[in-house]
Write a protein that binds this ligand. Structure first.
Ligand code: MG
Length: 305
């Protein structure tokens, strides 16, 4: 069985890192991810450059990335203006985002959920008309840091509206790692009852409380075959406020391969990719498999020296 791993390190990961990474290093990182077998890589974001200085080089990154057969580069697009910039950059795949929780949405984009939904639906409609692939992120599906529990029926209602507007895939986000396996299953089942099968859903998990892999396993058990992950656990900087703790790609790959799933990604080469960005950032990444693999490598090197 094949699981599609959606690599978000260059965007979601780096966005949460205080140290700005050079365009050269980003390009080398993304190319190494592709060389490891990744076919879906979220490379940047077309939000206003002054909002996220780390991703201010979005157009340059896309202009300079070599196009590889079968590889889909994705970028986050907040609005119609962002979509136009993405189109100008020759991007083929875009992601929109909004939160289920009112407070999180207001704090994140300064709009009500209703306003965001109208804007996002418009972007998804335009993307479809332009022939772009699209995914729609719904954030705070499994809990909101401000409001606590989030209504499953509200998630399903918004999800249906986004799919109806043209999203190819709905990416359900556990934005601050508040979810647990039974809740993952409850949400997927609720979509099923509304006529949305697991093939239309992806899960974007965070490991803030150490539950990301358990949640990924629960998702696999209910038929989800599309999971997001971040190289080396990038984005979970322990020194930054609101550390995001993205599920580490290598941890997920280890679980998937051990459980007999195919991903098309070489785990050793994925470790190399994480190592490259770790050097560029100048701080240790948090991914557990990554740290273990790199430690073993260093011990081997010390023995042969
Ligand atoms: Mg994330």
């Amino acid at each position: 069985m094949f699981v599609r791993v959606h690599e978000v390190g260059p965007r979601d990961g780096l966005q949460n890192e205080p140290e700005v990474v050079s365009t050269e290093d980003k390009l080398a990182f993304i190319q190494r991810l592709v060389a490891s077998g990744h076919r879906d890589v979220e490379v940047t974001s077309f939000v206003r450059p002054r909002w996220i200085p780390q991703l201010a080089d979005a157009s340059e990154v896309l202009a300079r990335l070599p196009r590889v057969d079968g590889v889909r580069y994705w970028a986050l697009v907040p609005n119609q203006r962002g979509l136009e910039r993405a189109l100008d950059a020759g991007l083929g795949h875009i992601a929109t985002f909004m939160s289920v929780s009112e407070t999180h949405n207001q704090r994140n984009v300064n709009r009500t959920v209703k306003e965001s939904l109208a804007g996002v639906r418009q972007v998804l409609g335009s993307a479809r008309a332009e022939g772009l692939g699209s995914r729609a992120y719904l954030s705070t599906v499994f809990g909101c840091p401000y409001e606590g529990p989030v209504s499953v029926s509200k998630t399903v209602e918004l999800g249906l509206a986004l799919l109806d507007a043209g999203a190819d895939v709905l990416a359900l986000g556990d934005t601050t790692g508040m979810g647990w396996p039974a809740l993952v299953q409850e949400v997927v089942a609720a979509f099923g009852r509304a006529g949305v099968g697991p093939e239309l859903l992806a899960l974007h998990l965070h490991d803030t409380r150490g539950t990301a892999l358990a949640n990924a396993f629960a998702a696999l058990e209910c038929g989800i075959r599309h999971l997001d992950a971040s190289s080396g656990g990038l984005g979970g900087c322990p020194y930054a406020p609101g550390a995001s703790g993205n599920l580490a790609t290598e941890d997920l790959l280890f679980l998937l391969h051990a459980q007999g799933y195919e991903t098309g990604i070489d785990l050793d080469l994925a470790v190399d990719a994480a190592e490259l960005v770790e050097r560029a950032l100048g701080r240790e990444l948090s991914g557990r498999y990554f740290r273990q693999a790199r430690g073993a490598q260093a011990r081997r090197a010390a023995r042969t020296a």
